[in-house]
Design a protein around this ligand. Structure first.
Ligand SMILES: NC(=O)c1ccc[n+]([C@@H]2O[C@H](COP(=O)([O-])OP(=O)(O)OC[C@H]3O[C@@H](n4cnc5c(N)ncnc54)[C@H](OP(=O)(O)O)[C@@H]3O)[C@@H](O)[C@H]2O)c1
Length: 311
């Protein structure tokens, strides 16, 4: 007889074996490659749809398109897909960058395999409408998976249109985002007053504020939760640099500092998917690895917070 802990442990060992084979292949040794383990999924509350628990925050690879081209972005999306991931979070950029980005999202190898989340991040209803059309061009289709108003920016102006686009089928799901603890009170008020399908919130082992009220509230209200800033836009790695993982990290199948924060996040039952931003396929592989194996329990999470609090 197996239980879910056995299953996640087996998947973790499968992920480790797949990683070993990938690295061997990358070093030029031939060998047959087993199919990589597929990420666990969690439900979008109130629907029959599920999402894999690790996704890509695309800001950095998209902003680097003018200097690095589209290949680094395509490479990290390939790693994500290989492990059963499919969530890609986006924001409107310049028309030139978005045209290049769109060529990636709509390429035959990616099109129809991704759950692409989009944003409105401007002032005024007319400019918001323009961004909606830009988002549709970016996605290469009329129906967006998820439309979010970023950081509540001019929410009153955009929200009537966002509701209308959901009614008309132009957005399957709608939501709002926040990435700063100072906006959490305003965010909570919007969560309590609006019919949101998704919320996107900043949360990590060094920025755990959302677990006080926002995450339990999302659970109570049946909202799907995306997490941003898992590494505080990279500053986390500066703080853990030169430090050794605690010797109890293997107790929850944690092999790297990236997985230390991601497993902390994924252990919260409100979380649907964590968005990790990277330009590096090996980092994407590392981040996907956090989705396999055991997760820390509440006592271990407390220990994790205490361990990093003075870093
Ligand atoms: N208000 C909003 O709606 C809002 C605000 C902020 C962010 N977001 C969303 O959240 C996403 C995540 O962005 P974030 O700012 O929160 O960034 P983050 O994921 O917290 O950190 C990204 C940084 O971590 C590095 N990194 C990633 N994986 C790593 C690994 N395994 N090992 C070492 N370094 C690693 C990346 O560098 P490398 O390229 O070298 O890997 C990058 O510099 C964004 O792309 C966006 O989609 C939304």
């Amino acid at each position: 007889m197996t239980n879910s802990a056995d299953t996640t442990r087996r998947d973790f060992l499968g992920w480790l074996a797949g990683l070993g084979t990938l690295l061997t292949a990358a070093r030029g040794f031939p060998g047959s490659r087993p199919a990589p383990s597929q990420l666990p999924t969690r439900p979008i509350p109130g629907t029959a749809e599920t999402l894999p628990i690790v996704g890509l925050g695309s800001s950095k690879p998209v902003l680097e398109i003018p200097t690095a081209g589209t290949e680094p972005l395509a490479a990290v999306i390939r790693v994500l897909l290989e492990h059963g991931g499919r969530v890609v979070d986006t924001s409107p950029r310049t028309p030139e960058i978005d045209a290049e980005f769109s060529s990636v999202l709509t390429a035959p190898e990616f099109r129809d395999r991704l759950f692409v989340t989009m944003k409105i991040n401007t002032n005024g209803a007319a400019a918001g409408e323009e961004q909606m059309r830009q988002n549709q061009m970016l996605a290469g289709r009329r129906t967006l998976d998820l439309l979010q108003v970023e950081s509540l920016r001019d929410l009153d102006a955009h929200w009537p249109n966002v509701l209308r686009w959901k009614d008309s089928g132009e957005a399957r799901y709608i939501g709002v985002t926040v990435s700063n603890n100072r906006q959490h009170d305003d965010f909570e008020a919007v969560m309590r007053s609006e019919p949101l399908d998704f919320v996107q919130i900043n949360y990590s082992v060094m920025e755990p504020g959302a677990e006080d009220r926002l995450l339990p509230l999302a659970q109570d209200l049946g909202m799907a939760v995306l997490i941003n800033r898992p590494f505080m836009n990279g500053s986390y790695f500066g703080r853990v640099s030169g430090r050794t993982l605690p010797d109890w990290a293997p107790e929850f199948d944690c092999a790297t500092w990236a997985q230390f924060s991601l497993k902390y996040i994924l252990a919260h039952p409100a979380v649907t998917c964590v968005l990790t931003e990277t330009t590096n396929p090996e980092h994407m592989e590392d981040n996907v690895g956090a989705g396999f194996g055991r997760l820390p329990d509440e006592a271990t999470k407390r220990r994790m917070r205490e361990f990093v609090q003075d870093f």
